[in-house]
Design a protein around this ligand. Structure first.
Ligand SMILES: [Zn+2]
Length: 189
């Protein structure tokens, strides 16, 4: 999920931290990888740890509030998020095989996505969710959240099933955006 308000100060702060990790290219709509189902993670190894670090680096650099593995072309059930870093804090959360156990209430919030260029729209989702999964050490975890955290959790978990936030908006609005995107891509050649 993309940060909709700009924050150059934090941007620069994370540029200073750009040490050994690598920024990965973020796949953009209409890349078909964004529409595929990601697979459960069954083994935690060095390669996966590296991917987690690189995804976190990529998210902070973008800057974004969350990133799902399919957005960097990896079809594994892994998300990273940090809804605190807009305020200058750091609260990185890494969830392997996340699953929404319960959701309640309704909330509408404007969303954007690092994989959906130049577009944001209001999306209706659960106001509160409880998500279970596994942390990067393989320990089971449960996260209950509301507000922005609930939105980002639902948005990122959607990515693991090939679902984008534009799938939750009206067909007319989505159609207009997709036609505009098509024109832009055609103009670029
Ligand atoms: Zn997204």
């Amino acid at each position: 999920m993309k940060i909709l308000s700009k924050c150059h100060r934090i941007n620069n702060y994370y540029q200073l931290l750009d040490i050994a990790m690598a920024k990965l290219p973020i796949r953009q709509l209409p890349d078909p990888v964004l529409r595929q189902q990601a697979q459960e993670i069954t083994e935690i190894n060095g390669e996966l740890q590296r991917l987690i670090d690189d995804m976190a680096e990529t998210m902070y650099a973008a800057p974004g509030l969350g990133l799902a593995a399919p957005q960097v072309g990896v079809l594994q059930r892994l998300i990273v998020l940090d809804v605190a870093h807009r305020e200058g804090a750091k609260d990185l959360r890494v969830i392997l095989n996340p699953c929404i156990k319960s959701g309640e209430g309704e909330a509408v919030r404007e969303e954007g996505c690092l994989s959906v260029a130049d577009f944001s729209a209001e999306v209706r989702r659960h106001a509160r969710v409880t998500v279970t999964g596994v942390d990067r050490e393989g320990k089971p975890l449960t996260i209950s959240g509301e507000g922005l955290l609930a939105v980002v959790l639902q948005h990122e978990i959607d990515h693991l099933d090939g679902v984008l936030f534009i799938d939750h908006i009206g067909r007319l609005k989505r159609g207009l955006y997709l036609r505009r995107l098509k024109k832009q891509l055609a103009a670029k050649g």
